[in-house]
Design a protein around this ligand. Structure first.
Ligand SMILES: Nc1ncnc2c1ncn2[C@@H]1O[C@H](COP(=O)(O)OP(=O)(O)OP(=O)(O)O)[C@@H](O)[C@H]1O
Ligand SMILES: [Mg+2]
Length: 253
């Protein structure tokens, strides 16, 4: 692979309530690219995505072994400090969850927590991220309006702007267009394609058309195992594994 991995998962296993959920995962996620995780419902896509951000820590009865290296640092090392790892990653979930405050305050929230107080600096950051997510022209005249007044698609872009405002390196998206209409979906997909110049992006999606449109690489997961990983066209159009072929043809649901 020409691209240096940003996230490197090594001999990684996850057990939840004594069930073996992720089985001996080994994968290198390329830097500054879009990688999509695809596979049938319940195969472990969300669990894999959460493992990049230590979000599984919040799950009851979870046991983890193996390593996940982010920028070369094993985030499961017992001595590691979780906050700076989480700060590297922005997570976009299925539905937008704007904070119950104004559009402006949503974007300024993270920077304020990180100690930025100066209004001019916050103004600049808010404008920058609202522009980065294509929202600026739509909201610049009502920055103090409640974020919940925005359409669902706009709310999702606002959540993305809120995440970008803390300067992550990695964006994780778990079916982050599933609540959106086709136009908003298209806008978010275009944003991912554009944002990969600056960020490493890992998406979970069950929409193969979306995976094909936005991703450079695809990971196909089946029953907790990675069956195939490779460039998008290869995995979707000319898969090496029979299981992948059946899935992309729609035989496994
Ligand atoms: N907190 C939990 N407690 C018990 N089992 C869990 C938990 N989280 C995940 N699992 C189990 O782990 C397996 C993988 O779940 P996961 O949510 O990762 O699948 P998925 O591929 O994201 O599915 P979907 O496409 O439906 O979102 C499933 O069998 C699920 O029931
Ligand atoms: Mg899921």
């Amino acid at each position: 692979m020409t691209n240096t991995p940003h996230i490197s998962v090594q001999d990684f296993n996850v057990y939840i309530e004594n069930q073996h959920i992720l089985k001996n995962i080994n994968i290198n996620i390329p830097n500054k690219s879009v990688t999509s995780i695809i596979g049938p419902s319940g195969c472990g896509k969300t669990t894999l995505l959460k493992s990049f951000n230590r979000l599984l820590d919040n799950t009851a009865n979870v046991k983890i072994d193996g390593k996940v290296l982010v920028d070369g640092e094993n985030i499961y090392d017992p001595n590691v400090e979780v906050t700076h790892i989480r700060k590297k990653m922005g997570l976009l979930s299925q539905r937008p969850y704007p904070l119950p405050m104004s559009i402006y305050d949503n974007v300024a929230y993270g920077p304020r927590i990180h100690g930025i107080r100066k209004k001019s600096e916050l103004d600049e950051l808010v404008e920058l991220q609202l522009k980065a997510t294509g929202l600026w022209n739509e909201v610049k005249d009502r920055l103090n309006a409640s974020a919940t007044r925005l359409s669902i698609g706009q709310q999702q872009r606002l959540c993305l702007a809120r995440g970008l405002a803390v300067e992550p390196e990695i964006i994780l998206g778990d079916e982050s267009t599933s609540a959106l209409d086709p136009v908003s979906t298209h806008i978010i997909e275009d944003l991912f394609i554009h944002l990969k110049q600056k960020y490493t992006i890992v998406l979970v999606t069950h929409i193969l058309r979306q995976a094909r449109r936005v991703s450079d690489y695809i990971i196909f997961v089946y029953m907790g195992k990675i069956i195939e990983f490779g460039p998008t066209e290869e995995v979707l159009l000319n898969p090496k594994e029979e299981l992948t072929r059946e899935y992309v043809k729609g035989f496994i649901s």
